[in-house]
Design a protein around this ligand. Structure first.
Ligand code: GDG
Length: 545
């Protein structure tokens, strides 16, 4: 018997016994052989052919991890359909299966555009002024998460290890638990998490916060984000914060830690070296006619600080007669994103106007100071353009990490590296301390940092670059995947941590970091933690039998 599934343009026929294999639960073996890795993310990089464009670093690293242990990648197809929910469509390549599901138009409006991109995104980026707090969008967010959880639950085996990604799916773990899922489930937040004063503006704040308690491991980009989250848990009485990165939320223990995401440093450096002679690089160099290049690469998003960056570049040219005479040129590559969301459509118009204004004011018949491009470039073209740029401008107003900062550094030529100007509000600033760190709201200071980068002697550029490369090499995207999966696999490998739960109490913040510190352990809490662990083991064994 054969079963037909539509996948993009292709109709895939799959024998029914293979479908059964996909849905059939496997027996749990605590501490035994490793199960599949199941990744859940909003978009699934399902390449329909080998001619598809190369995936980004995150997709490559996750794919490698999925292939290594066998896996399933599940998420939204990127398409809408009239009816919802439809059964997921899936496709298998060797040990890796992709399963994707469409959204109805209403789900897309409420869950994706409405709640994920107009409530969670702005609030997590500290933009309360741009947030839409509509209740029905919040309801749509939970509804779609429940739908996806039901679909995923049907496909799970009992020894799968599940890794949920990003703000679109915060409640996914909670719904899976309600369906009886006892697997290890981890969650990684790619965007920032603000403190309670800002986060509590979220519609359904308590429900969202408590949703995190369904996960065994919750990862954030920086210690600051993880601390903010712990502060939210404590101040909302959603649980208790313990020593050693542990939180108890709604009676369940969750590890809350920072796992700063990296890039494939060596591969990116190699790519940048290799494309030095490419047509894109040669044509760009020819068009510059010896002028120095400053580069910015960002999705078109208000969090990226593009207006302030253009203003800072303009101020730099006005304050620096030498640079103006040398006709330094800025290339800003900004692929459009989320154009259906009104705030993004408005920003798109405003940036185009601003670019025109700068070029009208400072340009000449043979010089366009700002090359503002809304096109998506190939990954290798980007690597080559980073390499020829004397300055990398990465000045978001708020960013979980910012991979462009890391890519710019990795792409530099060791004997003549460029300078990274980096926002203090990017997660990357926690690691790349040898960049020129700026406050992107301060236009004059950012312009001064550009001037300093422009004039920086070779020895200083090399010292700064070497220091940053050492950081990137020590924490690549592969290390990130391994660290997270190791934390998530602790129990499976019989290494469950029996750290005592300790009442959360805030001591005066330590200088600069604002970290919280625990008080001595309370006997009741320790007992509670042990009971919880024992109860969880009992459930585990019951399921196994
Ligand atoms: C979220 C968080 C966090 C950009 N333009 C083109 C292109 N890109 C690539 C870059 C980079 C990626 O897109 C952008 O990554 P970012 O980290 O800068 O920003 P978000 O998209 O907002 O990502 C962020 C990240 O998740 C990972 O956890 O760092 O904080 O917001 O890799 O190179 N790639 C190609 N053409 C382009 O025109 N090929």
């Amino acid at each position: 018997m054969r079963f037909g599934l539509e996948l993009g343009q292709n109709k895939v026929f799959t024998p029914l016994d293979q479908l059964e294999l996909l849905y059939k639960p496997a027996a749990i073996v605590p501490g035994g052989s490793s199960g599949r890795l199941v990744v859940v993310s909003n978009r699934v990089p399902l390449a329909s052919s080998s001619a598809a464009p190369a995936a980004g670093g995150l997709a490559i690293a996750l794919k490698a991890a999925l292939k290594a242990r066998g896996g399933l990648w599940f998420g939204w197809s990127g398409k809408t359909s009239e009816e919802s929910p439809l059964a997921p469509q899936w496709r298998t390549f060797g040990s890796l299966t992709y399963a994707v599901s469409d959204l109805s138009r209403r789900d897309m409006e409420q869950y994706y555009h409405g709640f994920a991109n107009r409530a969670l995104w702005p609030i997590c980026h500290y933009r309360l002024d741009l947030a839409d707090l509509s209740e029905c969008n919040a309801a749509g967010y939970f509804r779609v998460n429940e739908q996806f959880a039901r679909q995923l639950h049907m496909m799970l085996r009992r020894d799968d290890i599940i890794w949920v990604h990003d703000y679109h799916f915060i409640p996914m773990g909670r719904f899976l638990r309600e369906l009886g899922c006892v697997n290890r489930i981890g969650f990684f937040m790619h965007i920032p998490w603000p403190g309670p004063e800002v986060a509590s503006a979220l519609p359904a704040y308590q429900r969202i916060l408590r949703s995190f308690g369904a996960y065994d491991v919750v990862g954030f980009q920086t210690e600051t984000d993880a601390d903010n989250f712990r502060d939210c848990v404590a101040s909302a009485n959603a649980g208790r914060v313990a020593s050693g990165d542990w939180c108890e939320i709604d009676g369940r223990r969750t590890q809350v830690s920072a796992f700063p995401i990296g890039i494939d440093t060596e591969a990116f450096a190699k790519e940048a070296r290799a494309v030095e002679q490419s047509m894109t690089v040669k044509c760009t160099l020819a068009s510059l006619e010896g002028r120095d290049l400053i580069i910015g690469v960002d999705r078109l998003d208000y969090s990226k600080g593009l207006k302030q960056r253009i203003e800072a570049f303009c101020t730099f040219l006005e304050r620096s007669p030498q640079a103006a005479r040398a006709r330094v040129t800025m290339l800003q590559i900004t692929p459009k994103s989320r154009s259906e969301v009104p705030e993004y459509a408005r920003l798109q118009r405003e940036l185009a106007e601003e670019a025109g204004r700068v070029n009208g004011k400072l340009g000449d018949v043979d010089w366009t100071p700002l090359r503002y491009i809304n096109k998506t470039m190939s990954r290798s073209a980007l690597a080559g353009l980073y390499r020829i740029a004397r300055i990398g401008l990465v000045t978001p107003l708020r960013d979980g990490m910012n991979l462009v900062a890391k890519e710019y550094v990795a792409a530099q030529a060791p004997d003549n590296p460029g300078v990274l100007v980096l926002s203090q509000f990017a997660g990357a600033a926690h690691e790349l301390k040898s960049a020129l760190i700026v406050n992107p709201y301060d236009i004059e200071a950012t312009a001064a940092a550009i001037a300093r980068a422009y004039a920086m002697p070779l020895e200083e550029r090399k010292d700064r670059w070497n220091a940053m490369m050492a950081v990137l090499r020590a924490n690549s995207i592969h290390d990130w995947t391994a660290h997270f999966l190791k934390a998530l696999g602790q129990e499976r490998e019989g290494k469950e941590i029996d750290a005592p739960l300790i009442e959360h109490a805030r001591l005066p913040a330590t200088v600069g970091l604002g970290r919280t510190a625990p008080l001595p352990a309370s006997v009741d809490c320790i007992r509670g933690a042990r009971q919880l662990t024992a109860a969880r083991r009992r459930i585990y064994l019951t399921v196994t039998e």
